[in-house]
Write a protein that binds this ligand. Sequence first.
Ligand SMILES: [Zn+2]
Length: 465
Amino acid sequence: MDKPHRLRRLEDLARAIAYRQALIRHECWPRTKLDELQERRLAELLDWATQRSPFYRELCNTLRLSQPYALQDFPIMNKKTYMEHFDEIVTDPRLRLSQLQEHMAHVAGDEYYLGEYRVLTTAGSSGQKTVIVFNRREWSIQEAASMRIASMMGVVPFSTRRPKIVTIGSPSPLHDSYRLPLSMDIGLYRYHVLPATAPIDELVQRLNLLQPYILRGFPSMLGLLVTEQLQGRLHINPCIVAGGGEPLSKELRKQLQAVWQSSVFDIYGTQEGLRAMECNLDEGMHIFEDLGIVEVVDEDNRPVPDGSLGHKILFTSLFSFTQPVIRYEISDMMVLAPEPCPCGLPFRRILAINGRNDDVLYLQGRAGRQVAVHPVHFWNVLESFASIRQYQVVHEPDGICLRLMFEEGNGDIACSVREQLAQKLHTLGVTCPSIRVELVTTLEDRSRNMGKWKNIVSNVNQAVR
Ligand SMILES: [Zn+2]
């Protein structure tokens, strides 16, 4: 690694440490002071966007908006519109989606784009990919938020122990679960990221060697690891276990606490910068409202009162000035607590959330016993095809049914999707089941089913015993 690159990363991290102090101070503030901060930052963001972003400048003229701007005057932005207008939304004219995509194809580690930007991408269950760009200052805030999460779990930087933190996550540097630890791996903590796409036996072996102090991963992955521990193949003793990316059920929480005698935390986050972290009193997840504004709304975008289930949320990032994220639609359904938290933090809490909740599939292994196949393996294959708009994998007694919804005119790649999936299952030691492809033009809207929509469904599941 060249020295200037290393120095830049150190500068970013030093800035993050200073931001972390500021974030921690906000945690003791009364709510009124937090409201003032949000108001001030929002005004700065909206002023900036309407001056520097061609999209918002134009919008401001068309809608005849004038200062002081109100958030509710700004349109709701869904992923599709956001990506269609990417080049006009960003506030640095050097950022062009096509060139960023070219850069993303070659990112192998913590590389900057134009010496200044870090680029991430999302591939959510909706199939719509988003590109997110952070400048160095914005990335430092991301790092500070990550340190705040660690502090809330009882781990502070510069502690003499330098606790070993193992995340089982995306194997891609374009995903924040991999990129954040990578960018901060300069000595404060001992970070390890294991790819969630590795076969479970390999993860068990690596974890036995690493012996994490903190273990982070998808709850469904943590569930598989608990089974491995109970069956005597995994021998770890993490003090802190944190789940994220999927709902953490009460049953799994109890099991994690019982098997590892560990503190268990639930974390919520999106690549766009929204973060929430479970309260120490187990009273829900506190949204980091000094960094963003969350509006819980119904199907028609009307605000839903705290205490009631919303249809989706609208997120406004208070620190993303390169790529303004204003009233950005996220399809998670949540309930916010109507009361302030007894723990004293001024941030509102998420009481319930319906996120991605896919099944682990148990398939026949070549070595005789069943293999637990985590949904991540299916996400990995299916979400690598840009032309798949939505999909569902259904495990039936006679094999796997792949229901695919393509962008128009791309149905002919269905065969290669099936081949890649078969190849992936083979590398996991599975005797490949029959895979049937169904091309569909609609798939049920997950939001119509109270968030119970699953991309990966088992109709034959039985846990490995
Ligand atoms: Zn609390």
